[in-house]
Ligand binder design. Structure first.
Ligand SMILES: [Fe+2]
Length: 428
C-alpha cells in the first residue's frame, strides 16, 4: 500500500456513511467474517447466494443491473434502458419476481425502461424522494434499505450530477455485514466522475458525494451507470472498478475541493443527443421515447468537396452547442444543437437533402443516423466537420456581429473520445 493510502484511508473512512446501524459498525471493528456466520447461516450459505448481472448498452454507453436473492428469487433492476426485452427474458428464465425497479436519477442520455418494467411486472418504481417527475413512484430516502430476500439495498444520496442522484450499496448480511458492492449511477465513474452541468447538477455537491464514496473500504466493487458516453469526459472504458483503485488512480480523487471544482466544472462535453426530449420523457412530461437511438443505420459521410458542391437547396444543420456555433461555422449552416434535435425535428426539412456537421464529425454522424432512423432518406454527415473546413482554409461565419467578441473566446465545450455509439470508430 502506498504512503498515500496509508495516510488517507484512516483519515477519511466514516463508517456511519455505509453502516446502517451501530451494531454493524461495532461488528466491523476487529472484524472476523467467520465469527459472523451463525451455524444456521453456515449450513444454509448455499441458498443464500445472490445473483448479480451487469448489462451494457454499447449504443448509449450505459450500464444497468439485475440483482436478486437466489433464496427468495426476489429481484431488483437498476437503471434499465427502454429496450426491456433482455430484462424480461432474464426474469423469465431465472424465475425471478421483480420487486423494485430503481432509477438512480432522471437520465438525460437515454430513455428509461423503468416505468415500462414496473407496470409490466407490478413492481415498485423507486426514485430518490426529491425527483421531479409527473408520475407516482416510491420515494427513497438517504440510508434507507430495501429488502431483497436476505440482501439489503442501502440508499446513499450522492447528488452532483443530478440533485436526486442516489448510489446503492449492496449488502449480503449472511455473508458479510459490510457492503461488497456499490452502484454509483453517474457520481463516481471509472477514472472519472459524472458531469455536473445540466439538470440542476452541482459540482461542489459532486465533490462531496465522490469524497464520501471514496471513504468506503478498498474492497468495495464499484459499478457505475456509464462505462462510456456523454455523461463524463474521461472514463477509462472499464465497466467496473474498486473503491481502492479509484482512490489511488482516479485523477480527480486526490484533488482538494477547489481544484476539483475547477477541473470538473471547466470544459464539459456537449449535451447528449436528444437530451431535451429524453429528459422530458423520463420526467413524464412528454412521450418521445422515439428520441432514443435504437438502430445503427448506414449513413454516408461526405468530404469537403461534396460539402462545397452541395445542392443549392440542401439544408446544412450544425448540431454543435450555440457557443461553438457562434465562435465560427460554415457559411449557410443553421444551428440545431444535437440535444434539441428530436424536440425540434420539424425544423429539419424532409423534402431536401440534409447534411449534418459538427466540430469533428462524430456528433454529426450520430445525429445523421438518428435522422435516418426517423425516416430521413437523403441525409449525410460531413466528415471531419467544421474543424476540417477551417483547417482547409474555408471561410468561417460567426453568428452575428454581437457574437464576434464571444467568438474570440474558446468555447467551453470539449469533445470526448467516445466512439462506440452506433458507428465505426471515428476520430474526432
Ligand atoms: Fe446521467
Amino acid at each position: 500500500m502506498s504512503n498515500f493510502a496509508v495516510e488517507f484511508v484512516p483519515l477519511l473512512i466514516d463508517k456511519h456513511f455505509y453502516f446502517s446501524n451501530a451494531r454493524d459498525a461495532a461488528l466491523s471493528a476487529g472484524y472476523n467474517r467467520h465469527q459472523h456466520l451463525s451455524s444456521e447461516e453456515s449450513r444454509t450459505a448455499g441458498p443464500l447466494i445472490m445473483y448479480f448481472k451487469q448489462l451494457l448498452n454499447e449504443r448509449c454507453g450505459c450500464a444497468s443491473y439485475v440483482i436478486a436473492s437466489r433464496k427468495t428469487l426476489e429481484a431488483a433492476i437498476v437503471d434499465p434502458g427502454i429496450e426491456t426485452e433482455a430484462y424480461e427474458a432474464l426474469l423469465r428464465e431465472r424465475g425471478f419476481r421483480l420487486l423494485y425497479v430503481i432509477d438512480t436519477h432522471i437520465h438525460a442520455d437515454h430513455v428509461s425502461g423503468a416505468r415500462r418494467l414496473a407496470a409490466q411486472f407490478g413492481s415498485e418504481l423507486c426514485l430518490y424522494e426529491s425527483a421531479q417527475v409527473a408520475y407516482p413512484f416510491r420515494p427513497l430516502s438517504d440510508r434507507q434499505e430495501l429488502e431483497l430476500g436476505q440482501l439489503r439495498l442501502r440508499v446513499l444520496h450522492t447528488p452532483g450530477h443530478r440533485p436526486e442522484l442516489i448510489s446503492i450499496l449492496i449488502v449480503n448480511p449472511p455473508r458479510s455485514p459490510e457492503a461488497s458492492m456499490v452502484l454509483t449511477g453517474d457520481s463516481l465513474l471509472v477514472g472519472d466522475v459524472g458531469r455536473p452541468d445540466f439538470g440542476g447538477g452541482d459540482v461542489a455537491a459532486q465533490y462531496d458525494s465522490v469524497t464520501n464514496l471514496l471513504r468506503l473500504p478498498d474492497w468495495v466493487a464499484v459499478f457505475p451507470g456509464h462505462f462510456e458516453g456523454p455523461c463524463g469526459k474521461g472514463m477509462c472504458g472499464r465497466p467496473s472498478t474498486t473503491i481502492g483503485f479509484e482512490r489511488l488512480y482516479n485523477p480527480l480523487a486526490r484533488l482538494d475541493r477547489r481544484e476539483f471544482i475547477n477541473r470538473v466544472g471547466k470544459g464539459v462535453p456537449p449535451r447528449p443527443l436528444n437530451m431535451t426530449a429524453i429528459e422530458a420523457t423520463n420526467r413524464g412530461r412528454a412521450d418521445i421515447a422515439w428520441a432514443m437511438m435504437t438502430t445503427s443505420p448506414e449513413v454516408p459521410e461526405v468530404n469537403l468537396d461534396e460539402l462545397r458542391s452541395r445542392p443549392a437547396d440542401a439544408a446544412l444543420i450544425d448540431v454543435r452547442e450555440p457557443e461553438e456555433f457562434a465562435s465560427g461555422h460554415v457559411p449557410g449552416a443553421v444551428n440545431l444543437p444535437q440535444a434539441d434535435l428530436a424536440s425540434r425535428l420539424d425544423e429539419v426539412p424532409r423534402d431536401r437533402a440534409v447534411m449534418v456537421i459538427c466540430q469533428g464529425g462524430f456528433r454529426s454522424l450520430r445525429a445523421a443516423q438518428f435522422l435516418k432512423q426517423r425516416g430521413y432518406s437523403d441525409v449525410a454527415s460531413v466528415k471531419g466537420g467544421t474543424e476540417a473546413w477551417r483547417k482547409a482554409g474555408g471561410e468561417m461565419s460567426v453568428k452575428c456581429d454581437a457574437d464576434k467578441s464571444a467568438s474570440a473566446q474558446q468555447p467551453a465545450i470539449v469533445e470526448t473520445e467516445w466512439t462506440h455509439a452506433g458507428g465505426d470508430c471515428y476520430s474526432i
